[in-house]
Design a protein around this ligand. Structure first.
Ligand code: HEC
Length: 164
């Protein structure tokens, strides 16, 4: 499947998920204090857990390492004044990465998570397009800072736990 088609499919899943999320809103079964005690015992650090199978987790983390490699490659290419390198590394972390993504992950993950993930791929594709038209260093750095804001906000909000 082409990356564009996968994006459309994921967006459709996102919209379907919205109605589930609304149905869940406001549910607070356990009192906060009891919840905290359970959370501490489970090593909770305040981030929202996403329960994934071993293979889904391994696929996700592999994608994360690709992200990190892309950032490294882009920074290195920028330092060496190689816009082609910036373009190629950014492209690798773009929507083409969605090929082979297990569709079960967007179904299990919160909508905001999937939205941020799609947005990150899109930002890499936009950067690849700009680098191809020889963007200035300042433009590439601004795009990088913007992309890294997605990395840090998502890491601050979510963690992966084994599916029960
Ligand atoms: C949509 C959410 C999201 C975005 C965006 C995101 N990450 Fe992650 N990343 C995660 C989660 C969740 C984990 C697992 C963290 C945990 O379980 O403690 C993770 C883990 C990682 C890991 C560890 C990989 C391993 O092998 O253990 C690296 C490296 C990483 N991310 C890099 C990045 C970089 C670089 C970016 C930005 C270009 C990024 N991530 C963007 C959610 C995200």
């Amino acid at each position: 499947m082409r990356p564009a088609k996968i994006s459309i499919l994921l967006s459709a899943l996102l919209l379907t998920g919205l109605s589930f999320a609304n149905a869940d809103a406001g549910k607070q079964a356990t009192p906060a204090k009891a919840q905290n005690a359970v959370a501490d015992a489970a090593g909770d650090d305040g981030r929202e857990p996403i329960a994934l199978t071993a293979s889904e987790r391994s696929h996700m983390l592999q994608g994360m390492r690709t992200y990190l490699e892309a950032l490294q490659g882009i920074t290195e290419s920028l330092a060496a004044n190689k816009p082609d390198g910036v373009r190629d590394y950014a492209k690798r972390a773009g929507a083409e990465m969605l090929q082979g993504t297990p569709l079960s992950v967007p179904l299990k993950a919160p909508i905001a998570f999937t939205a941020m993930s799609l947005n990150t791929h899109e930002k890499f594709d936009v950067l690849a397009g700009r680098a191809a038209k020889s963007a200035s260093r300042a433009e590439v750095l601004t795009a990088l800072a913007d992309i890294m804001t997605n990395c840090t906000s998502c890491h601050a909000a979510y963690r992966v736990v084994p599916a029960p």
